[in-house]
Design a protein around this ligand. Sequence first.
Ligand code: ZN
Ligand code: ZN
Ligand code: ZN
Length: 1244
Amino acid sequence: MSLWMARWRRCRSHEQSPSKVLAELWRHLRSLPSKLGHFSLASAGDGVPPGAESSVRVRSDDLLPIDLREVATYLLDEGSTVANSVACVLNTLNYLALCSGHAPVPTVMPERPLTNPQKQVIDHVRQALSHLENSGEQVAPFARMADELREAKFDYAGEPILMMEDLDAEQVIAAWSAVGQAAVQEATAFLPDHIRDKLNDPRSCLLPLHEWPSRTPVSKVRASDEEWHKVVVAAHERGLMVPLDPEDVFKDASGVPVLNGAGAVPKFKTIGGQKRKCQRFISNLIPSNAFQARIDGDDKYLPYLGQLTLLEQESDQVWLTDSEDFTSSFNLFKIPAAWHNLMGFGKLVDASAFGGPAGRKVYPAIPMGWLSSVAVVQAIVRSLVFDHAAVLRLTEVTKMRALPDSGDLTVIYLDSFDELRRLEKGCKEALDESMSDRHARFLQVCREKGLPLNESKRLVASTRGTLQGGLLDGDLGRYGLSPDKMANLMGLASSLAGHEQWSEFMLRHLVGKATFGMCFRRPIFSVLQGVFSEIQCRAAFNDMAAPAATVVDEVLMVLCLVPVMFTSLKAALDDEVAVTDASPSGGGAAVATRFKPPPLTVDSDPRVCHECGSDCSNRARYPCPAECGAMFCSLACVMGHRDVDRPAAGECPRRAWRPPRFGERFSGPRAPLSHAVALEGRIEVQPPFDLHFGLDMFTDHGRSELQRLMDDEDLVAEHWAPECKLFSRARGRPITLEDGRTIQGPQPVRDGRHLMGFPWLPHETRARVRQSNNMVLKALKRGKDVNRPNRYWTVEHPYRSWMWDFTLVKELEQEPDFSHAVGSLCCFGGQREKWFSFFGDLPTLPQHLAIDCPGHQGLLSCQVTQRADGTLVYPTEEEAEYPWRLCTEYAAALTEQLNLDGRFDAMVSAERERYYLDELAQSTGRLAATPVKEAVAATLVKEEAHLCQTEERAHLRALLRAATYRGTDVRFFVELDTEDQPELHEVPYLALRWDWKTILAFPWKEDGHINELELNAVAVYLKRRSLDKQLAEFIDLLYQEGEPISYAGSSQYFRNWQRCYVPSRALPASWDLVEGLMGLAFHNGQRSFGLLLALGFNCLLRTSEMLSLTHKHVVFHPRRNGLSVVIPGSKTSQGNPQVLLVTDRQLVQLAKDIICPTSGWGYVVLSVVTVDATVTRGRWSCNKTARQYIDEGTAQLAHASWSAPQRHSVRTWSRFLLRVPREATVATQAPANCAVGSHDSFLG
Ligand SMILES: [Zn+2]
Ligand SMILES: [Zn+2]
Ligand SMILES: [Zn+2]
């Protein structure tokens, strides 16, 4: 190994381009004494060296392995560097596919020509490499990278942390921002309340006494007295340090002052075109931090780069970036003075450094930056962006939430504010590269607050932007590790591979940066495994040692895969969703492309009444009030469908559901209002209550029935229309007839002082008045009692009715919710002007009914006329029924209000919730627990509402956005507040709402660990899917070339396909279906087609045989006793003609009638035949097939059932067929004899 390393070092002695490095590595890999090395040797075609663990068995029928010798040929024209570098990357992929885990290296790699998908892989890798190559980044030579590898420390993001140096005032000051650009604002001005309160009260941030460190940690200030003084003077000028009296310094439990350290790390800054070394001042606040609890700030909102790989765009879209950076956010904001005593540095300076009296010694303190800085700075910048610049919070990308569903995104990471815009390409040009409004607002806020921004880093409408350390190319649709970091990572990895002795530190450095890069393409993480135990090993012994060969392999694989550390944001969503599952014995897969119809709905023909089957395509259709999807011809059919107690033809699958109900009292004989409300849907209508339906309020039966209707719990609205005849004010006034005569009108029964009726009325009249009073009072009392929130009541009487003077009305009129809707029938299609008032508490009603009459042409008069017998005719009585439009307006008003109240949706939610509660109760213990169950059920119902057919892609997109911030899996949670701790509970995914098709179920050939089997199940599905595609392409090709499809049978693919393909036979046609089809054919005037169907059925003709039949092929026998059907060439007759004899008299008659129309014909009846006869008739080449077909067909027929609309149309059309014949001579059945042969009947 060390020999190899020495050779590798020599090769890496100078700067090289990334491709060059990989090409060189490919040359060297073959001599690497490790498994990867052996594999590379075999791949190159040289076979494994003796002694290596190898196997002759190699899987070679997948996408991988790609034969590298073929790759060399494929890329011949690109030059050797390209070909070798691509080979180097592909070799790693091959290795991962074949030899990961403990699989042995293949002895020889089988030769295999490139398939099209493999070519795509090669092109993809080549493009990735040239993308990196074209960036111009170079990989630094071994020696330089070795220095970096050894010296730099790194933080969690892979950023190097350099060694602390002593402070040099000049260098420190050079790195600081100018005077007036630091400590410009109070932090508290930009914080949400809970953080501001903490910040104003440092004591609340201290840990409880018992958690204080027993010994105060010590951190020293790395500076001479002289330099320290200079630093403090400059810091004071900039507001970066304040004086702290030694008395005030915070003391630990034993009274020891807690003071912090300071130092510097080197930083290179270009000043006047020259690179100068400066120092970044570092305050080491470890001592004071040890006494504080972390503030619960906004650090939890930090975005995570993996989440950004979920961005997506169509091919014609671009992402634009607008970006701002604060020059030094941690220095911009001052924290309250109360904190200063915790922030002192452990080195006194003369007070004169702060402009104070010389001679007094003070501690300098830093007014910013400590344990909670990240939490606080993130909170400050979020407040600047969302509160001050009014950017929508919904656009924020944070690991707390799913990626926002918008083309505008906001990414805040401490001092940087990036916003992303997704635009159509054309749109982008029109924009003329201007900044977005949001961005402009943010700049404005920063200017106002005097917060300096780093203008050199500003991006406006840029298609290339750095985000979270990654490079977003909004044009290409690519988000990945930036090219300079790629080159750097390659340099580090190749440098590490050249070291014979590795330290824990070097490994950690590489792995830190590698894992950062892998975030841009998560699957690469699978490369690393051995390095982690190697790091632990090194840490335990704290030494340098030669690395294990497997770890060298892993490092080299990282090196090879650096060019593909990116994600394509233009990757398309698949049209198919798949699930796979595995058990120890077998696996399976199912796919879906659409959702199921909503739960508990019927798939019915909307043109046909679901209950009685009558055709209602030309009529108003009543929907099922529970929205099960069924449609009805009448209110009675709706009620039959919904009535739980009555058997219904088309029973409602949602019978148990309780939609809001409406009831009409005193509806009149036709109850148009009830019908209008029923037609609206989503409201269940009670049977109308009226004397005309035998419901008399003045009998016990009628009363109890009315009470029952009123007590209905689901009742939400009632309308009352009590009898009004005896309430007219016109009574008693003289009537002028048409001819000018004036006669006495009907006698008055009440007046303002005798509202309940005159006491002197004759007995019979008084009884009638009392009855009408009772009806009105019943209605009005109900109005008083029913008035509960979201329950509506209305009553209607003519505008000039005495009823409006009743005390009960006057009382209700005082209530705020009650109002009159006054209008005239003429405005709703009525024939006369007749004014009414609807009084009640349905808020939407007046908008619909209270119309100022504009006057109408052609109204009928209200003139009273006298019949010959002397009785009077009151035309207004003809208007006793509401005109239809009045009813529809009322129904619309009611629907509007109930929708506003969300009554129906609430009912659906409640029903679905109940369903899920039942399901969950039988689920795992975790989900069956009560509070969890309820929360989960509610969430599922909410989710389900989005899973509508045609919304599948939108749903898949939403799933993609909801992937965890790591960009790998999607999980759903509900948050439950239990006592004080919020608890997250996982919610199952509603997979049951997809319309799954099982495509695969298979037993395993070999045992395996369940994890492995699960993964294999995915692989089997993917393979089968590509197989389907390839087979389809092949068959298509055969078809185009005119080759027989049976050629497909010669391929291995076909056999594989057959293995997992379950043939399903077509269902045989039944006689009633054929009858129906014939009826339809006759209806459309296609008589010969109808005959053909009958002949085809009778003679068991194949479709192709039916299609080639002409009238010449039908030969009639003399004396009407049969006909012969001649089949010129059939599938099973080897080209010889076959003749079939038809003896069914009706069919013969029908044929004669159509082919040579002379006489009438009769109804065709299916003849009963024996199986043997059928077999002969069907002319199967193999008896066994025939029997199988007939048996299975019969069995299938027995199980097959029509859906209601199917049954209906078959019935309709076969009935039509019955009506067609002129002389319907319904014949008796005669056993069909048939003769089959090539000669005998042909002569006839
Ligand atoms: Zn019906
Ligand atoms: Zn229904
Ligand atoms: Zn009108």
